[in-house]
Write a protein that binds this ligand. Structure first.
Ligand code: SF4
Length: 440
């Protein structure tokens, strides 16, 4: 039995797709092993958004060859779609597969027989029109379920449409069937992922279903305790979606909404499809219905043309918004994007300074949000990550909680009272039952 190991760079979508690839191998009789367990085959799923994607890819290939010098190394993923030739020239690489080919790798790679040169199976991105249902299965606490792929937007900094193709989705019927299958395992929480999941519902270029109907259907799936929406564009986060989450049985009060800039001039240059006023209105709508809802925000700093004043406007906008944390990205030039042609390049020193300021703001926001939750009872889902005698978990509204390790807690949902914030910035808890006993 040949042994195969996987390595994933990048986002939740890549993780869900790696799991699906692993299942395809297992169905054909391969044994899935750890990276260091002398595999015969490595599959490295790459990302184009990751800083230094090329260096990271090279490093993983080098490590793979150290572990198993005679192994067959296959590269798939976004970076493989964008730079197949460069990747095929990395020492140790045996095969590179593009976006339209990656799920056919078992048929395309001829029993993983090495050839004198690396083989490339790659088509233009317009050929990536098929949809492959994917979900991750490594972590028994949480599963990432892909519901949508690709993107029809044209944000000027983004290479994802070039690497993943046009927007396309699974059907609600198929997703519900997959969710029921996941419910048979011990998974408690499903995170819906995609490139642009608010755009859910396009099949072969025709809009056939709606995101709102998807979440309504999933809310009825027995056996899964929680659903989380990973990230959704503000212009697609409709009142109906917010109102449904507010009354839903299983969708948790947590949204991650990319903002990218709090300055309308920069949003226009980025070709985002909203102005900052719409973003503020979405946040206000959420908070009016779910005051304890956690709201995460993606921001890019240092985009071409972003002056000090523009940045300060973004800073002030975020400071005034009732949000819970930021994911800060430093703009970096990507080949084949429109942004790279724009004037007003921001110096690295300014990019670093702005990034630091927003990281500090993010910590301030997170702490404030956590402080608002102290004294309340929340249901915590504990993970399988014991460290220094402690275990971690998340509440429905994404407060990170720490407790003394107890194997019984792993993968359990437990209502607990949030008591204080410790020096590591996570929240300490206490038993609710004990408290009741003490008071009665
Ligand atoms: S919405 Fe914009 S940033 Fe997001 S994947 Fe599409 S093009 Fe990229």
């Amino acid at each position: 039995m040949k042994k195969v190991a996987f390595y994933t760079l990048g986002c939740k979508l890549n993780f869900s797709e790696t799991s699906t690839l692993a299942r395809l191998f297992e169905q054909r009789g391969y044994q899935r092993v750890e990276f260091t367990d002398t595999p015969d085959i490595f599959v490295i799923n790459t990302c184009s958004v990751t800083e230094n994607a090329d260096k990271k890819c090279k490093k993983v290939v080098k490590e793979a060859k150290k572990v198993s010098p005679d192994s067959y190394v296959t590269i798939v993923g976004c970076y493989a779609q964008l730079k197949p030739k460069e990747i095929s020239e990395i020492t140790g690489v045996d095969a590179v597969l593009g976006a339209a080919e990656k799920f056919r790798l078992l048929d395309l790679l001829d029993g993983f027989e090495k050839k004198s040169e690396a083989v490339i199976h790659h088509s233009p991105i317009s050929a990536a029109t098929d949809y492959y249902c994917s979900f991750s299965q490594n972590d028994r606490t949480r599963t990432f379920l892909k519901v949508q792929d690709g993107c029809n937007y044209s944000c000027t900094f983004c290479t994802i449409p070039l690497a993943r193709g046009d927007s396309r989705s699974d059907s609600i019927e198929n997703i519900v069937r997959t969710a029921r299958q996941i419910a048979q395992t011990d998974v408690k929480e499903v995170v819906l992922t995609g490139v642009n999941i608010g755009d859910f519902g396009l099949q072969n270029g025709i809009r056939t279903e709606r995101f709102l109907d998807l979440i309504k259907a999933l809310d009825e799936v027995d056996g899964i305790e929680r659903f989380r929406i990973s990230s959704i564009e503000p212009n697609l986060l409709t009142d109906e979606v917010i109102e449904f989450v507010a009354v839903s049985k299983k969708f948790v009060p947590h949204f991650h909404i990319p903002l990218q800039s709090g300055n309308n001039k920069i949003l226009r240059l980025m070709r985002r499809r909203y102005k900052r006023e719409l973003y503020a209105e979405r946040v206000a709508k959420i908070k009016s219905l779910m005051p304890d809802c956690c709201i995460g925000v993606d921001v890019i700093i240092g985009f071409p043309g972003e002056t000090e004043e523009d940045f300060l406007e973004t800073y002030q906008f975020l400071n005034d918004l009732d949000i819970s944390y930021l994911h800060v990205f430093t703009y970096s030039e990507r080949p084949n994007t429109h942004a790279i042609t724009l004037p007003g390049v921001v110096s690295m020193a300014d990019r670093n300074k702005r990034s630091q300021m927003l990281h500090i703001l993010s910590e301030k926001k997170r702490r404030y949000f956590y402080e608002q939750q102290l004294g309340k009872v929340s249901t915590v889902l504990f993970e399988d990550d014991a460290e220094d005698g402690q275990i971690h978990g998340f509440t429905e509204n994404y407060v990170r909680v720490t407790a003394k390790f107890d194997p019984v807690l792993v993968n359990e949902l437990k209502p607990l009272r949030l008591t204080s914030i410790n020096e590591k910035g996570t929240v300490e808890v206490k038993e609710v039952e004990q408290e009741v006993l003490v008071h009665s």
